[in-house]
Structure formats: structure tokens, C-alpha cells
Ligand binder design. Structure first.
Ligand SMILES: Cc1ncc(COP(=O)(O)O)c(C=O)c1O
Length: 437
């Protein structure tokens, strides 16, 4: 045996240390949709309507607040694990009225490193091994691994898509079957995750739907995680109802927010949890041990953003801009005769790709083969017309892939010029779809 300093030169050393079996759950090791449909794998001039981040900058007056913060000493150092006082005060002032509450900045607000870390902390704080967490499908894919890493067991309840016969339906025609939801609850159920406005459907849950969920939460003593990161993007004068404001629900709801979505700054990693002390204090204990505190100067910047938003009529203007962006794509799919879901919230639009006409033997990469029809359709569309989108089956469990695999998600958090350019290219979809009789 040839050894150098006791090390066998011929032994494979690429995987000497076994990794934790936890990574095998929650699809953490599977190639995720974002890396398959990464810009680097697609044609270089492909217009990216796949990933849900903006191709425009945060408002200048918000980045100016960031710059100011970088020039102070305090904001370059650790913050309080609850979040910087100025940001917690700004969150209280901005959101308190929306919850009809005088929020306590010492007990009821926790600033986190993006919504993701906030939710992770809450799962760590509240899940015992084997506790079940109900997810409505399609679900934001990050939930899955975060739940399983913390010992939770995801339980899937699909939203039911509208009939495929119509050319368009609204996002609210994706419905909850309340008998199915009730049947999914077991003695191990701990929590239901609500995501409104919804990624990827664009659904804004109605008051009646939320009351139905609330009644079950009350009956079975469940915690509600209400992911409302798209709360600034609710269109067509629809009402964004916060489940925490329904009778009795404050005490059992953690509401999740994200500065990334509100101020077009997804890389800043600033988010927050709002809820009663009994839910925020354990989440704080977890968050403190995960990150200790969130990015200090950008917390100051977000505080500046919330403080000044009214002066700039910011959220009203931003909403109008998003609605215009949405309408470019809606108009495109409508005129093309492609079936789509009209989103009432968030910044995604789903099209039905079940009629896609992919030639036999079309060259697909390994990563796409063996996945749902939607993976092939999104790849085919990106290659043929240069617009990327995301396959929706990724947001389903394996058993329910068939529900999601007929949809592709296009993100419209892009500037109008990009969306108009995409619209021109999307004209090419006509020849990629089978002609209907
Ligand atoms: C539904 C949903 N929740 C949470 C997040 C994550 O938010 P953050 O970037 O603040 O972690 C996203 C991001 O895409 C999302 O779509």
C-alpha cells in the first residue's frame, strides 16, 4: 500500500465524512428548480421571467438610507436580536393599524434575516419531532426542507385549480376543499401554513376561506403561520385579509413579512415576524441562536423606507406599477388564446401548458428528463423563444405532481421594457402549442 504520512494515496477521499441524514429529507439534496432553470443553463439572451426577483433597484431614497447607515458606527455592528429599535418602531407604526393593534415593539415584533429565516426560527421554536404541518399546494418550496430539518412532517392539501376548459380563470377559482382540509388534521397536527397573496397562484385568500381555516385552528388548537410577504401586491381592489385579525386568531398566528418584496431588495435579507409574545419570544430564542441578529445597516435602511413611504406615496405607486406589469403579460396571453390564471395578488402568472407540442426526440438535459411535463415545457419554451419560466410541479409533493405539471409560472417583477420584449417573444408560443379544433 502506498501511503504518505499514513494517508493511503489511492483511497477515494472525496466523501470521507458522511453528511447528516437530515439532508436527505425535504428534497434538500435534489437538484432544485432554481439551479436547473438558472440563467447560466439557458441561452445567454434569454429573458428571465423564471426567478421571482426584480430586475430593478430599490427606491433611491431607501438606498440613501442604507448609505447613511453605513456611515454611522453603531449600524455597522451587532443589533439587538429582536431587531433594531428604529426598525421595530417603523414596523409598529406601519403595520399596527393594519392589525388594529398597538404593537408592542419589545414583545410582538421580531426582525429576521428575510422571511425565510423568520419562518425557520418559528418552526425550530414550535415543532416537536413528528409534528405535522399542513401545506396548501402549490407551496413555496423553501418551506419543505425548513420543516423537515426541524423534525416536522409536511402534510399536503392541494388547492383545486379551476376547470381547464376556460381560457382564463381568476386566482380565486383555485379553491380549498374544506372536507379535505379537515380530513388532513390528525392528533399530531401542529400548524397550518397560509400564504396570501400566494406564490405561485396569485390567490388572495378570501375572508370566508380564512374564517374556515380559523375555525379549524380553533377547534383543533393549531398554530397558523401566515406568510404574507406579498402583502403590498394585491390588485383589482381586492381586500388583503390578515388572518391574525379574525376573532381569536391573534393568539395563534405568526404573520410573516419581507422587506425584500416590499422594497425590491430581495438580497438584503431583512424580514419580520409579528405575533403575540407567546409566539414571538420562543421564535426570538431560536433566531438568536441561528443568526444572533440580522444585517444592521440594511435594517436601518428598511426603517427609513417604512418611515418615508407615505411622503413618496410609495406603496400606492408601486402597486400601480405592478398592476401595469401584470397587465402586459395578461394581455399577451389573452390575445394569444393561451389559458392562464388571472392573478389577484403577488407577481406571478400561471399558464396552462397541457397543449404544448414538443417534437419527439427534442434534446433535454438530464436534469429535466424524468420530471413532469412542465419541466420539459419550460425548457422547450426557454430554448425556442428565449423566455424562461418555472415549472409548477416543483411546488407539489410527488403524489400530486399531476396537478401541477400542467402549469408554468411567469414572474412579472421585471421592468416594463423587459416585459414588453418578453411579450414580443411570447408571440412565438403560438407555434409551440397544438392547434385546438
Ligand atoms: C411565499 C414566499 N414566502 C417567503 C419568501 C422568502 O422571502 P425572503 O426573501 O424575505 O426570505 C418568498 C420568496 O420568494 C416567497 O415567495
Amino acid at each position: 500500500m502506498s501511503t504518505v504520512n499514513g494517508v493511503n494515496k489511492h483511497k477515494d477521499r472525496s466523501a470521507l465524512i458522511p453528511f447528516s441524514s437530515r439532508l436527505k429529507d425535504g428534497r434538500a439534496l435534489a437538484q432544485d428548480v432554481w439551479s436547473i432553470f438558472n440563467a447560466l443553463n439557458l441561452p445567454p439572451d434569454c429573458l428571465n421571467l423564471g426567478q421571482g426577483y426584480m430586475n430593478f433597484a430599490p427606491p433611491k431614497w431607501v438606498t440613501e438610507s442604507a448609505e447613511e447607515a453605513l456611515h454611522t458606527i453603531a449600524a455597522n455592528h451587532y443589533s439587538h436580536p429582536r431587531g433594531r429599535l428604529r426598525l421595530r418602531q417603523a414596523i409598529k407604526d406601519h403595520y399596527g393599524p393594519q392589525f388594529n393593534r398597538d404593537l408592542d415593539i419589545e414583545k410582538e415584533i421580531l426582525v429576521t434575516s428575510g422571511a425565510n429565516e423568520g419562518m425557520y426560527s418559528a418552526w425550530l421554536a414550535f415543532l416537536e419531532l413528528g409534528d405535522e404541518v399542513i401545506l396548501f399546494e402549490p407551496f413555496f418550496d423553501q418551506y419543505l426542507a425548513s420543516i423537515t430539518f426541524n423534525g416536522g412532517k409536511p402534510v399536503y392539501v392541494p388547492l383545486h385549480p379551476p376547470s381547464h376548459d376556460k381560457q382564463f380563470s381568476t386566482s380565486n377559482e383555485w379553491t380549498i376543499d374544506f372536507d379535505e382540509l379537515r380530513a388532513a388534521i390528525t392528533p399530531r397536527t401542529k400548524m397550518i401554513i397560509v400564504n396570501t397573496p400566494h406564490n405561485p397562484v396569485g390567490k388572495v385568500f378570501t375572508r370566508e376561506e380564512l374564517e374556515g381555516i380559523a375555525a379549524l385552528a380553533e377547534e383543533f388548537n393549531l398554530l397558523i403561520m401566515s406568510d404574507e410577504v406579498y402583502d403590498c401586491m394585491v390588485y383589482d381592489n381586492k381586500e388583503h385579509v390578515r388572518i391574525a385579525t379574525l376573532p381569536g386568531m391573534w393568539d395563534r398566528t405568526i404573520t410573516v413579512g419581507s422587506a425584500g418584496k416590499s422594497f425590491s431588495a430581495t438580497g438584503w435579507r431583512v424580514g419580520w415576524l409579528i405575533g403575540p409574545q407567546s409566539l414571538i419570544t420562543p421564535s426570538l430564542a431560536a433566531s438568536t441562536r441561528i443568526v444572533f441578529c440580522s444585517n444592521s445597516p440594511l435594517q436601518e435602511a428598511v426603517a427609513g423606507g417604512l418611515e418615508k413611504a407615505k411622503n413618496y406615496n410609495f406603496f400606492e405607486t408601486q402597486l400601480k406599477e405592478y398592476q401595469d406589469r401584470r397587465d402586459v403579460l395578461i394581455d399577451t396571453f389573452k390575445k394569444l388564446g393561451i389559458k392562464y390564471t388571472h392573478p389577484e395578488g403577488s407577481y406571478f402568472i400561471l399558464i396552462d401548458i397541457s397543449d404544448i407540442d414538443i417534437p419527439d426526440g427534442y434534446p433535454f438535459p438530464e436534469s429535466v428528463l424524468g420530471r413532469g411535463l412542465d419541466f420539459k415545457a419550460c425548457w422547450f419554451i426557454a430554448m425556442e423563444i428565449g423566455v424562461s419560466s418555472i415549472p409548477v410541479s416543483e411546488f407539489y409533493c410527488e403524489e400530486h405532481t399531476h396537478i401541477g405539471e400542467v402549469f408554468a409560472r411567469f414572474a412579472f417583477c421585471k421592468d416594463i421594457d423587459t416585459l414588453k420584449a418578453a411579450s414580443e417573444r411570447l408571440q412565438g408560443l403560438k407555434k409551440l402549442f397544438k392547434k385546438r379544433e
